[in-house]
Design a protein around this ligand. Structure first.
Ligand SMILES: [Zn+2]
Length: 73
């Protein structure tokens, strides 16, 4: 007597990559150029400063990393 039950573990999970729409909440770069005329191509790579920051809040220290060179102004 054989009790042939259907195998439940035979269900194959189709691992299909779900096309998740990329939700990028990336903060735009600050992008403020260096104050030195010779270095205006150097732009701040930090996140953009909060436009809603309290009045009187000082600017963040702008920063640009170029290989070993680190510019801060
Ligand atoms: Zn900046």
């Amino acid at each position: 007597m054989t009790t042939a039950k259907p195998r439940a573990d035979a269900v194959e999970a189709t691992a299909e990559p779900v096309a998740v729409e990329e939700v990028r909440e990336e903060v735009p770069e600050c992008g403020v150029p260096h104050y030195l005329p010779a270095l205006t191509h150097i732009r701040c790579q930090r996140d953009q400063q909060d436009p809603d920051r309290a009045p009187g809040t000082p600017d963040h220290q702008h920063r640009h990393q170029d290989g070993d060179a680190l510019y801060q102004w």
